[in-house]
Design a protein around this ligand. Structure first.
Ligand code: NAG
Ligand code: NAG
Length: 265
């Protein structure tokens, strides 16, 4: 056996369960024409959106950070399938992470993936069953040595990994855009500040003129579990913020709900 083959098989031996590795030449999602040949290596709903919240009242998460809403699949045109496999609508996600030795992912989620009513676990279950079960590249059939819920861990891990690479609060602050109860900002100011860092136009959403959600669009080469995410201009979806007078209000931390922490059996 050649040494490189040996190194390769050693690597495989160490991996308990892995999404099948995909050829580096796998077609990039949303950038192919015709039928996708390998739905484990090219995401079918391949416009992947990392969605973030700015919850000010009730407030969630740290005062100087946006929080995670989710990681949404999209059919490359603004439409999407939802709730794709009720047999994999897992519950007790926090306990699953602990059981599988991923307490680090759970700890991060407990800080940054927050429900506005304090029901973090229910929120994670909702995001997983509604959106996570729809990724073709996270289908159990795409795994070598699959054990139950492996694809859930990949979904959560990819979501937090992308979120860490998208520090919206910092990016805005560096451009002089900070939460204020009196100042307002233009759509162009916010969009430009984020686009300069992300590399593509973010989708801004407002409620009553207050900025409260941002979506970052990607296409993916390979699996959502471990593929390469490429920032892209969003297709078929756009925000609803006004051109001017956008408020970005400070979080009122006195309104933060108490988290309902479950316990694992
Ligand atoms: C899958 O499991 C078999 C048997 O336990 C093992 O020999 C093999 O190396 C595993 N493959 C991967 C990719 O982990
Ligand atoms: C999480 O994703 C990152 C980036 O793809 C990877 O380096 C890391 O090994 C993953 N962790 C787990 C527990 O899968």
């Amino acid at each position: 056996m050649s040494s490189s083959l040996l190194a390769f098989s050693t690597l495989l031996g160490l991996a308990a369960a892995v999404a099948k590795s995909c050829p580096a030449s796998s077609p990039i999602s949303c950038q192919t024409t015709g039928t996708i040949q390998n739905t484990c290596c090219t995401e079918v709903q391949g416009q992947v959106l990392q969605v973030q919240f700015w919850d000010s009242s009730p407030a969630t998460g740290p005062a100087n950070s946006w929080t995670i809403h989710g990681l949404w699949p999209d059919n490359c045109d603004g439409t999407y399938e939802a709730t794709c496999d009720s047999s994999r609508a897992y519950t007790d996600i926090g306990c699953i992470l602990e059981d599988k030795g991923h307490g680090d992912i759970l700890t991060y989620m407990e800080t940054y993936w927050k429900d506005y009513q304090g029901d973090d676990e229910s929120f994670w279950e909702h995001e997983w069953s509604k959106h996570g079960t729809c990724y073709s590249t996270l289908n159990p059939s795409c795994y070598t040595n699959y054990s139950k819920e492996d694809e859930l861990v990949d979904f959560l891990n990819t979501t937090i990994t992308l979120f860490k690479s998208l520090p919206t609060y910092q990016w805005l602050a560096n451009a002089g855009i900070t939460p204020s109860s009196s100042k307002t900002y233009t759509n162009a100011q916010i969009t430009t500040a984020l686009k300069n860092k992300f590399g593509a136009t973010p989708i801004l959403s407002c409620t009553s003129g207050k900025l409260n959600q941002i979506e970052y669009a990607y296409n993916v080469r390979g699996s959502v579990a471990n593929g390469k995410f490429i920032a892209v201009e969003p297709t078929g979806t756009s925000g609803n913020c006004p051109k001017t007078g956008i408020q970005y209000v400070p979080k009122d931390l006195s309104t933060t709900p108490k988290a309902n922490e479950g316990s694992c059996s």
